[in-house]
Design a protein around this ligand. Structure first.
Ligand SMILES: C[S@@+](CC[C@H](N)C(=O)[O-])C[C@H]1O[C@@H](n2cnc3c(N)ncnc32)[C@H](O)[C@@H]1O
Length: 218
């Protein structure tokens, strides 16, 4: 394990990030100090997974530590695809699914968000938390994530954006130097790309250095 390096190398940061999100008090403080953001918003957003009916298909990309799985209820009967480009991160996600007792609903999948091996319109909910800023081509990622959604399906997620102010520039610089952040995009670009893919009811609101977004596919 390395302190720095890309996600394939399972950097120490990956485990630290997962631990912080799992431990709400310490994590909440770190979120507040590091990003000026409210970790509670992430917890609130993943609850949408738990409101889906049995048989609904979820794509969690990038699943990473499997944070969005916190939203799954044991016995809910979801078809939950946990996708990530890094096998090491998928091992983490699988461990999370077991710990939460929801592994019977979860299918791990090594996949590049830029070329998802899923049919058009085959997914009810795409969960993409703290992912867009890590992808090498965020525009392509948005196109792919919306492509797999059925009409009326929802994309919900969070990301660091380039236009959240100078106060968050150090976090962006450190993440880029550490090799865990991609080129990122602005909030305006993200909203434009969602609209171009035909999404409606697009909401994007900032919490410090993070933006939370949600949109409905048509
Ligand atoms: C901040 S982390 C994990 C986020 C995850 N939602 C979580 O809450 O733990 C970002 C993840 O993006 C993944 N990733 C980076 N580029 C990717 C790509 N092109 N396709 C799929 N996953 C990618 C990394 O492997 C890493 O697990």
């Amino acid at each position: 394990m390395r302190l720095f390096g890309g996600w394939h190398e399972d950097p120490l940061w990956a485990g630290v990030y997962g631990w912080l999100v799992e431990h709400r008090r310490v994590g909440g403080l770190a979120w507040r100090l590091g990003l000026g953001s409210d970790l509670g918003l992430l917890y609130d957003a993943v609850r949408e997974v738990g409101r889906l009916p049995a048989g609904a298909r979820v794509l969690d990309v990038p699943t990473g530590n499997g944070i969005a799985m916190r939203g799954i209820t044991p016995g809910q009967g979801l078809d939950y695809v946990a996708a990530d480009i890094s096998p090491a991160m998928l091992d983490r996600a699988t461990a999370t699914a077991r710990r939460l007792g929801v592994h019977d609903q979860v299918t791990p999948m090594v996949a590049d968000v830029g070329d998802l091996p899923l049919d058009d319109g085959s997914v009810d909910l795409v969960a993409t938390f703290t992912g867009l800023h890590c992808f090498p081509d965020p525009h392509r990622a948005v196109q792919e994530m919306v492509r797999v959604l059925r009409p009326g399906g929802v994309i919900t997620g969070s990301a660091m954006f380039l236009d959240t102010g100078l106060a968050h520039e150090p976090a962006r610089r450190v993440g880029t130097l550490a090799g865990v952040l991609g080129p990122m995009c602005t909030t305006r670009e993200a909203v434009t790309w969602l609209a171009e893919e035909g999404c409606r009811d697009i909401d994007l609101h900032l919490s410090g250095g993070l933006g939370y977004f949600r949109a409905v596919a048509t």
